[in-house]
Design a protein around this ligand. Sequence first.
Ligand SMILES: Cc1cc2nc3c(=O)[nH]c(=O)nc-3n(C[C@H](O)[C@H](O)[C@H](O)COP(=O)(O)O)c2cc1C
Length: 202
Amino acid sequence: MVRLLIFMGSPRIDGNSDILSHALITGAKNAGAQTERLPIAHMRISPCMECGGCDKTGKCIINDDMRPIYRKIEASDVIVVATPVFFYNITASTQAVVERSQACWIGKYVLKRGKLGGKTRKGILLCQGATKGRLLFDGILRTIRYFFDAIDTDFKGALLYRGIEAKGAIKQHPNALREAETLGKLLATGADLESYTPLRNK
Ligand SMILES: Cc1cc2nc3c(=O)[nH]c(=O)nc-3n(C[C@H](O)[C@H](O)[C@H](O)COP(=O)(O)O)c2cc1C
């Protein structure tokens, strides 16, 4: 059974990221996946304090809600990050999770440990912003790729939506919820994602 972990990075519960997350979860669950949604903006997760505590062990020493999440990442087969654009970036709570993957980066590149949980995961980004600029998601895509690399996760692509602002506005988008639900199903069944055209993977 595919285990899917979703970082819901918006502070707005039932907002656009959350609605997209639930659509993806519905598709994945209906196709047999085990899913867990983490509303990280409402959890106690510090950014990296650059204390060096992970330098020799690859284990973060900060004792907060991130602690059990490392094990959840290891156990997962699919990681989904769902975040709105905040100032052309991911939200602060999403950034905190990203920074805390530094312990995994140390494990991988300094301590040369094997893959986290002995496997490579699939990684997906769900993201929307209010504006419509061409470069709206470029910085975010780069950050998420590097996050995924640190946690042995192959970036498989992103569902990106422009012009989405008000709480729930994503429901008015002609395709978004259906695309997220279909993606959930494809992830749960291990289907080839290359030919799923709504996914942007560059
Ligand atoms: C603090 C803050 C910063 C934002 N910055 C941007 C931005 O730089 N570019 C943009 O297009 N939208 C920006 N937005 C709009 C949100 O990305 C948009 O409303 C999104 O749909 C919210 O998703 P949510 O309901 O999941 O929180 C910002 C919103 C907030 C609250």
